[in-house]
Design a protein around this ligand. Structure first.
Ligand code: ADP
Length: 488
């Protein structure tokens, strides 16, 4: 938080009169500003909310409850030499009132003549375009490792819990991604159950993190059982991923390698894109967070951007982790004019983040089509690499079929060559489907699976490559122009 506080103090010192801070952690924000006031020698730190009114000025305490306009006029009238910082909470609820937004507009110039600052805080921003020009908007990030360590240390001290340095460190790392209040809640639960906190609370903390992610609606914790051994073919992609994994190590950082950004996987449906995302999580032992692009956009216009930022900061706080943006083409395929430019702005925040990203969040984006994907996303440098996953060739089909057969009928012993010859244009998902279909035939006749069952299954299945021929041809052509690397 040191760098956030330094940045905030710089804004105050450089006479930035209006600052809007986006956070859900009101108490923590209050504490942080209070510490900054002390450092900046600002003696008058006043807060306001609509129930309690003004707090922090002797003769004014409790004033202006239920009167947001009153408190704005109050700071306007403070002309003394004593610099004042006024923090007003939940102001997004009042901003739509024309007299409020007008007064804030006026304050943006009149406060410049004084030593006073107005800080507005809320967990979302009002949807107003003029806001950007008037107010400096910043996010309060979730507590960082040093804050979490200090917090847990304090709780341990107050409760006579004996924590080794290593336990403390592990608890703090496990808590990353949680707000201060959540950490306090989890530790309070541990205290009532066991009377002290210990490294055994990590389990509860991780559970809480899952809950937080579940509540975010847009992110989902994905428990993956698939490993790289469950993937047939795609050799080049698998080798590339192995190399990238090593780039996360401390040695790689010392060697001067940047932390990998991520990869975009493009290809027809059922070629194993999602399977790759799931398997990396297991092989890299990193949590997999699946971002639901559809939900991101289903929120109200304006709040999609806020949600994107919140989602990103949640994922960052969870790092090292894998952020899987599933079917990215569905979200950004819309017409910019029809959604008021929301998808453009969400895309812009996502791209800026990816360009500047230093955290260990590896992004895997998957797309079935590229014709609707914005060009910015496909430009070099956004992702570390773009891979094209084509329909499997005969060798790959053999290994995919063998994998799925071994999974379900481990003792099968019939040749696969005839089936391979008859499945040109079938995706991995369709091959799996054929195995299941074949098993239905044999099961209904109370016998072991045979070659003829699979032959029957594949002959009855109409692969997507036949029904969506043009779309797949288009993808192939696009990838052959060197814009994407082949995954196999
Ligand atoms: P996509 O995300 O490309 O649409 P999926 O990864 O969801 O495709 O594939 C669906 C299912 O098909 C997978 O869960 C897996 O069982 C099977 N599958 C697809 N490709 C492969 C592959 N290369 N190796 C093994 N199984 C595969």
């Amino acid at each position: 938080m040191d760098s956030w506080s330094r940045n905030f103090e710089l804004l105050i010192k450089s006479r930035t009169p209006l600052i809007w801070i986006r956070t859900k952690e009101e108490e923590r924000l209050y504490k942080i500003i209070d510490q900054s006031c002390e450092k900046l020698n600002i003696k008058r730190f006043v807060s306001w909310d609509c129930v309690n009114g003004i707090k922090g000025v002797l003769n004014e305490n409790g004033k202006f409850s239920n009167n947001p306009l009153g408190v704005l006029n109050w700071i306007k009238e403070q002309k003394s030499e004593l610099p004042t910082i006024l923090l007003v909470r939940d102001f997004h609820k009042f901003y739509d009132d024309p007299s409020i937004s007008r007064t804030i507009k006026e304050l943006s110039s009149s406060l410049r003549e004084t030593h006073n600052n107005l800080i507005l805080s809320s967990h979302i921003l009002p949807s107003s375009e003029e806001l950007d020009d008037l107010i400096t908007i910043i996010n309060l990030p979730l507590p960082d490792l040093s804050e979490l360590t200090a917090l847990i240390k304090k709780i341990a001290f107050n409760t006579d819990s004996d924590l080794s340095e290593q336990d403390l460190n592990e608890l703090a790392i496990a808590s990353s991604g949680l707000s201060e209040i959540k950490v306090k809640q989890v530790t309070a639960k541990a205290l009532t159950q066991r009377g002290k906190i210990s490294k055994y609370d990590i389990k509860d903390i991780l559970e809480e993190k899952k809950q937080v992610i579940a509540r975010s609606e847009i992110l989902e914790f994905f428990e993956s059982k698939s490993s790289q051994n469950d993937i047939g073919g795609l050799k080049l992609l698998k080798t590339w991923l192995k190399q990238r994994y090593r780039a996360f190590s401390k040695e790689a950082q010392e060697y001067g390698l940047p932390i990998p950004k991520g990869v975009l996987l493009v290809g027809p449906q059922g070629t194993g894109k999602s399977l790759i995302a799931k398997s990396i999580s297991k092989s890299w032992s990193m949590p997999l967070l699946r971002l639901d692009v559809g939900r991101l956009f289903s929120s109200l216009v304006g709040s999609s951007e806020a949600r994107t930022r919140e989602t990103i900061s949640r994922a960052e706080a969870m790092s090292p982790c894998i952020l899987w943006i599933d079917e990215i083409d569905k979200g950004f395929g819309g017409d910019a004019r029809s959604d008021g430019g929301t998808s453009q702005r969400v895309l812009a925040s996502l791209l800026t983040w990816m360009a500047e990203k230093e955290s260990a969040v590896f992004v895997i984006a998957t797309a079935n089509a590229i014709d609707k994907l914005p060009a910015e996303l496909l430009r070099k440098g956004r992702f570390d690499e773009i891979f094209f996953l084509d329909l499997p060739n005969s060798e790959e089909r053999l290994s995919i079929l063998d994998l799925h057969l071994k999974k379900r009928r481990p003792s099968y012993d019939f040749p696969l060559s005839t089936i391979i010859d008859r499945t040109d244009g079938y995706s991995g998902a369709e091959l799996e489907q054929a195995v299941i279909e074949g098993m239905h035939f044999s099961f209904s006749e109370n016998r072991e699976l045979m070659e003829k069952d699979l032959i029957k299954a594949v002959s009855e299945l109409v692969p997507l490559s036949r029904t969506a021929k043009e779309q797949i041809e288009f993808l192939k052509e696009w990838s052959s122009t060197g814009r994407a690397r082949s995954a196999s």
